[in-house]
Design a protein around this ligand. Structure first.
Ligand code: BDR
Ligand code: CA
Length: 316
């Protein structure tokens, strides 16, 4: 099997944790490491969560690198109302035995990409601060990364953090601006497709037929996330954006795509962090990314649930 060498840049985070588990449950993926960024939780808390989730899945061999603590320009914005005070909902994981690596997240990104030119797939599921820093530190990573999958933005969809902006692009719009215009080969997974992919209570009940620390973690974490979605957005279930983005590296046919020129608003008005696409090519600019705009939600959900079942069985 042709292994995909993947780095997850992540702010764990409930759905980030599910993306970590999906990567570990996928035989096609070699998880090279995790770089952690501020976002759903502080970088410190997110790093601990990443280490604990890896320990839960008996995967402490995967190295974790602490990344940037703050957005490039904006003040810090964390999301305890969405992900809980510790970032993993009602789940309680024991404090990690393992420690993060000494190297900083952005250095890890640069070293991995430059030492394996054309081989690393970057999956960015948090604010883009680490990636933007890495690009500024070593611009040659742009030509040397294989591909970049980004969870972020709301193209035609309403925002989930402001009326116009999605969380990851709102938290660090300047970083998103650097990455979007860097020339990296980007596939964007915006809310337009992730909000069609709802993890239902029935899906959770199916997983809970397996008695395992993995299914217990998924249940305790997503129960909080479901309550948030119900209270704030009247959604029955929860939207698991991040594993959906990772799934596209395995099964691109889950989505339909359009090559588009996409920008992000970094002016200081109500549109801050808003992402928009030039569908009619008014600006005559070359597309800077492939954007997922159509999705087969249950194809993704089956893949996710089957792999969680397999992981849970193998560890129980
Ligand atoms: C994104 O923001 C976070 O809440 C999630 O982890 C996801 O990466 C969705 O807007
Ligand atoms: Ca995330």
């Amino acid at each position: 099997m042709n292994q995909k060498r993947i780095i997850l840049d992540t702010d764990p985070g409930i759905d980030d944790s599910l993306a970590i588990l999906l990567a570990l449950a996928s035989p096609e993926i070699t998880l090279e490491g995790l770089s952690v960024v501020h976002g759903n939780s502080s970088t410190e808390q997110g790093t601990n969560n990443a280490l604990s989730v890896l320990e839960l899945a008996q995967a402490s061999h995967v190295p974790v690198y602490k990344g940037c603590e703050l957005p490039l320009v904006q003040p810090s914005l964390l999301a305890p109302e969405t992900h809980g005070e510790q970032g993993i909902g009602y789940a309680k994981l024991s404090a990690p035995q393992t420690k993060p690596q000494v190297q900083k997240g952005s250095d890890f990104l640069i070293n991995s990409i430059m030492s394996k030119p054309g081989e690393i797939t970057l999956v960015a599921i948090g604010p883009l601060t680490n990636i933007a820093l890495a690009i500024r530190q070593e611009p040659r990573i742009v030509e040397n990364v294989k591909e970049v999958f980004i969870m972020g933005g709301a193209i035609r969809h309403e925002g989930n953090t402001t009326p116009l902006a999605e969380f990851n692009t709102f938290v660090d719009p300047h970083a998103a601006h650097i990455v979007f215009h860097s020339g990296m080969p980007i596939t964007l997974t915006p809310l337009d497709v992730t909000y069609d992919c709802i993890f239902l209570k029935d899906d959770l009940n199916r997983l809970l037929k397996i008695d395992s620390p993995i299914t217990k973690f998924i249940s305790d974490a997503t129960r909080f996330y479901m309550e948030f979605h119900d209270e704030y957005q009247k959604i029955d279930g929860c939207v698991i954006n991040d594993p959906m983005t990772l799934a596209l590296t395995l099964m691109p046919e889950i989505c339909d795509y359009q090559e588009l020129y996409v920008d992000v608003d970094i002016s200081t008005g109500v549109g801050l962090g808003n992402t928009f696409a030039d569908f009619y090519n008014y600006e005559k600019k070359t597309p800077n990314m492939k954007v997922a705009l159509g999705v087969r939600p249950r194809v993704f959900m089956e893949l996710f649930i089957e792999r969680m079942e397999k992981l849970a069985k193998s560890l129980s």
